[in-house]
Ligand binder design. Structure first.
Ligand code: HEC
Length: 327
């Protein structure tokens, strides 16, 4: 067999040539590396200098921006961030606390429904809260809705049925606004999802891992329990507005503090405090905005579990299929 290249007997001169060639190559590579290293060093030091300069510049810029705000520049709302609460429906295994939702419905019905509508919800949806058909019928029958036209072509009033939508307190938005000094009390159907103040950097990154998505109820809870006795000194509030540092769109809103101690009677022994009412009604509003939340979390967990098992099965299948192929 013909010997391969390194074992082939070489001519003396050829050998010497090859040694020379190798040596010059090594020197060349070494020189090149040193030059590269030097130029990289200078690039890195330039980059570091640029980064330091831009951090200093950003600091100066932010400093001036905050100073401008203090001097009466653009203010940012809400003044205070919502206070985080622990919710039964938070996290990957979140579930509704039906007792809490029932109490929330009571607070809504007895207090908030005087001004706020909830018109994407039907009475029959209350079955989710653990009520049976008769209880739902009885609840709905408390309200009168317009139906018709009858055989004479006239509209008529009748007690609401389970299939009707929640009856709002006002005939239309104009009436609602004019009854509240020009401010429209927003509909509650989706409010808990619509009011989710941004949490900013870096919190929103951690939120991905902690699965935090309760800014809506945290906001509503903080707003309801956040009215101070008196606005802080030096803050002027227009007539008809009430100071609240948690409000997203200013330092005051057109809703007077709606809750007070012992306002709603609880039959399950829960404390009859503003905090408890606020918490229950916020949870109820979250349910109204996303009734399928608990089911979504449950199926999400099952899907992840399935994918994990499936990935394992695929791995073993691959091992079996390729078992006979040498590599
Ligand atoms: C007397 C009428 C009235 C009652 C009762 C009332 N609200 Fe309001 N609410 C308003 C008005 C008016 C606004 C609009 C305020 C504004 O935009 O300045 C409002 C706004 C709100 C907002 C939205 C704030 C925002 O970020 O825009 C929430 C949340 C709210 N109310 C919750 C409640 C809850 C919960 C209850 C019951 C415990 C309740 N309200 C009872 C009149 C009322």
């Amino acid at each position: 067999m013909r010997p391969s290249w390194p074992d082939r007997p070489l001519h003396q001169k050829q050998k010497a040539n090859r040694q020379d060639c190798c040596q010059s190559c090594i020197t060349l590579v070494a020189q090149f590396s040193i030059e590269r290293l030097n130029s990289m060093k200078s690039i890195v030091s330039k980059l570091l200098a640029a980064a330091t300069a831009s951090i200093v510049a950003a600091g100066v810029f932010l400093g001036t921006a905050f100073a401008a705000e203090e001097e009466g520049g653009t203010a940012h709302y809400p003044i205070k961030k919502p206070r985080e609460q622990s919710w039964s429906f938070g996290g990957p295994f979140g579930k509704w606390d039906k007792g809490q939702l029932q109490r929330g419905l009571k607070v809504y019905t007895e207090v908030c429904a005087a001004c706020h509508s909830m018109n994407l919800l039907s009475y029959r949806n209350l079955a989710d809260l653990g009520y049976n058909d008769d209880q739902i019928k009885a609840y709905a029958a408390e309200y009168e809705v317009t139906d018709g036209p009858n055989d004479d072509g006239e509209m008529f009033e009748r007690p609401a049925r389970a299939t009707d939508r929640f009856k709002g307190p006002y005939a239309n938005d104009k009436e609602a606004a004019s009854a509240n000094g020009g401010a429209l009390p927003p509909d509650f159907s989706l409010l808990a999802k619509a009011r989710a103040p941004e949490r900013g950097f870096p919190t929103f990154i951690f939120d991905i891992f902690t699965m935090y998505a309760e800014n809506g109820p945290d906001y509503i809870y903080s707003l309801l329990t956040g009215y101070p006795e008196e606005p802080p000194e030096g803050v002027e509030v227009l007539e008809g507005l009430y100071y609240n540092p948690y409000f997203v769109a200013g330092n005051a809103l057109a809703m007077a503090p709606p809750l007070s101690e012992e306002l709603v009677e609880y039959t399950d022994g829960s404390p009859q405090t503003v905090e408890q009412y606020a918490k229950d009604v916020s949870a109820f509003m979250m349910w109204a905005a996303e009734p399928g939340l608990a089911a979504r979390k449950q199926s999400g967990f099952i899907v992840l579990l399935f994918l994990l098992i499936f990935a394992g099965l695929l791995y073993f299948t691959k091992k079996k299929v390729w078992a006979d192929v040498k590599h």
